[in-house]
Design a protein around this ligand. Structure first.
Ligand SMILES: C[S@@+](CC[C@H](N)C(=O)[O-])C[C@H]1O[C@@H](n2cnc3c(N)ncnc32)[C@H](O)[C@@H]1O
Length: 254
């Protein structure tokens, strides 16, 4: 795995820096100097961001639940009629517990928590987990997001470890990486960052069996429409969204 340094900045307090180092194993670069190139983490305008000094057009990658798409989906999105809500079963019961075993930048988890679910966000990559931690910290301080943030809990761990040690949950949600065909500039930038920083999710197929053992109600697997089934296992049903398909493996009725 690529080691991504944390760069000092006037906005990064000693206390927060130590917390990020201890919780996520990030290493602080004391004096980056002129030779520093590539991916790095820094605090910019109050947020932890992932940047690349060698890619001029890359832009910052961060978790921002208050911004644009997340906020729009929270306020105006199809709510319980969204494909993800139907797949998870939130159209039937809003207060489900969900273990999102591949949390990434937390967009799906945020939608689920906005609809009322209690979501555990499991993320194994330390850089992505640190970005999530920081996004949740800022969301908790935003009055309109405090309640949603309180329903989201970060767990920096491998999915396999979380799936085999967690208390039972209603739903396990899986969204392992899959080569995307989507062409929007933002998706391309995030894809490049994930490709470089996270790599591929080669163990994705092995998550389905433990997920099915843990989920009291169902396992939901998010896939691009053109992708095959996870672990080659046919779901009970599929809910098709605008850009994705949600394969639903039902253990019990909601
Ligand atoms: C496609 S992204 C998930 C995107 C997410 N659904 C969202 O809405 O932002 C996949 C993420 O799952 C994480 N991941 C993949 N396999 C994992 C595993 N076995 N354990 C923990 N995290 C995993 C990767 O590090 C990556 O951040």
């Amino acid at each position: 795995m690529l080691a991504i340094p944390l760069l000092p900045s006037a906005e990064l307090t000693d206390v927060y820096c130590q917390q990020l180092q201890q919780q996520f194993g990030l290493s602080l670069v004391q004096s980056p100097g002129d030779k520093f190139a590539g991916w790095y983490l820094s605090m910019v305008q109050g947020a932890l961001v992932l940047l690349n000094s060698s890619l001029a057009k890359q832009g910052a990658i961060l978790v921002d639940f208050a911004s644009g798409a997340s906020s729009y989906r929270r306020q105006h999105g199809g709510g319980k009629s969204e494909a993800i809500a139907k797949a998870v079963g939130l159209n039937k019961k809003a207060t489900l517990s969900v273990l999102d075993a591949t949390a990434g930048l937390g967009r799906d988890a945020f939608v689920l928590a906005s609809l009322g679910a209690r979501v555990t966000l499991v993320e194994r990559n330390p850089v992505v987990a640190a970005l999530l931690f920081d996004g949740l910290r800022r969301a908790a301080a935003e009055p309109q997001l405090t309640a949603v943030a309180a329903r989201m809990q970060l767990c920096h761990s491998s999915a396999l470890a979380a799936l085999t040690t967690s208390e039972p949950v209603d739903v396990v949600f899986l969204d392992p990486m899959f080569p995307a065909r989507e062409k929007s500039a933002q998706v391309k930038k995030e894809m490049r960052a994930f490709h470089d920083v996270v790599g591929s999710d080669d163990d994705a197929d092995s998550l389905l069996a433990p997920a099915l053992l843990l989920a009291q109600k169902r396992v939901v697997v998010k896939r691009p429409g053109y992708a095959g089934w996870l672990a080659g296992q046919a779901p009970t049903m599929a809910v098709t969204g605008k850009n994705n398909r949600f394969d639903v493996y039902v253990n019990a009725a909601i």
